[in-house]
Write a protein that binds this ligand. Sequence first.
Ligand code: ADP
Length: 364
Amino acid sequence: MSKLSLRSRLFLSHLIVMGVGIVTLAGIGRFYSPRIFVVTLERIETYSFSVRQVKTQLLRGFELAWTRGMIWSVLLGGSAAGGLSYWVSRRIIRPLDQMEEVTRQFASGQFSERVPDSDIPEIQRLALSFNRMASDLEGVEQRRRELVGDLTHELRTPLTIVKGYLEGLADETVAPSADLYQRLAHEMSRLQRLVNDLQELSRLEAGYLPVQLQPVHLEPLLANLVQRFSDQLTEDDPLKFELSCPTSLPAVKADPERIEQILVNLLGNALRYTERGTITVSAYTEPGKVWMAVQDTGVGIAAEDLPYVFERFWRADRSRDRTSGGTGVGLTICRRLVEIQGGQIEVESQPGQGSEFRFWLPPA
Ligand code: ADP
C-alpha cells in the first residue's frame, strides 16, 4: 500500500466510496424492500381482497425486477462513476506530473520551463511558489554563468601578457630587463588582487562575512583615514584630502572594520581618478540616517555609465583601468558591505568635474 501512487490512491478511494455506497444500497434493498412489499400486500388483504394465490408470483416478480434493476444500476452507475473518478484523479495529478517533469528539465540545465496554471487553488498556489523558485534558480544560474564568463575574460588578459613575455624570454626574442620583470610583477599583482577581491565578494554574497554591529563614532575613524591617505601625498602634490564632520554626529550601528573597508575603497578610487584638486570626506545626519560621502574633483563618470558603476567587473574605460590595476570589483564589494549593515550607497557625478560616492547607515 505504501508504494501506491497518488493517482491510484485517489482512484482507489473513489472506488471504495462507491463500493460502500453500492453495498449499502444493495443490502438495504435486498433485505428491507421485500419486507415493505409484503407489509403492503398484507394491508391490501385487510380490505377483504385476497392476493394469497398470486402472492408468491408477485414476490418473485418484485425480486426479479429489483435484482435486474440493481445489476444495471451497478454496471452503468459503476462504470460512469469509475470513469469520472479516473478523470478527476488524472486532473489532480497532471500538474504534479508536470512539476516533476519541469524539475527534471531543470536538473538537465533547461531553466526556462514553468508549470502551467491550474484551476485547483491549492495546486495553483503550489505552482506559483514552484515557478517563483524556478525564476530565482534561473537568476542564480544566470549570475553564475555571467561570473564565470566575466572571470575568464578578466583572467585571460594578464595571463596572455605574462605568457607572451615568458615565451619571448625563453626564445630570446625579448631581452630580460628590470623593466620587463617589473611589468610581469605588475600583471601578477593584478591577478592577486583580482583573486582577493573575488574571494571577498564571494564570501559577502554567500553571507559568510561576519559583521559585528555596534555603536561606532565616526569622527575619529574618518579623521584617522584622512590622515593615512594624506600621508601618501607629498608637499607639492596638486591634490589634498579634507575632512568635514560635525563633532556632534550621532554614532552609527555598524561594524567599524567594514566601514573602514568601504571608505578605503572609495578613497582609493577617488585618488586613482583625481589628478588635482580636493578629495573631501564628509559626514552628516538626516532623520534615521547617518551619511558619509567621498567627493573628488577628478575625471568623473558619464551619465550613461552611472547605473553600472556598482556592477561586478564594470569599468568605465577598460584599457585605461587595466593598466591602473583596477579590477572593477571594489564598488560591488562596497555596495554589499553597505547593504549588509542595513544602509544604501549612491553616486553622483559630472564628467570632467568630479564624483561623489555617498552611503548612509542607521544610527545606533
Ligand atoms: P576598480 O577596481 O576598477 O576601481 P571599482 O568597482 O572600484 O573597480 O570601480 C569601477 C569603475 O568605476 C572604475 O573602473 C572607474 O571607471 C569608475 N570609478 C570608480 N570610482 C570613480 C571615481 N571616484 N571617479 C571616476 N570614476 C570612478
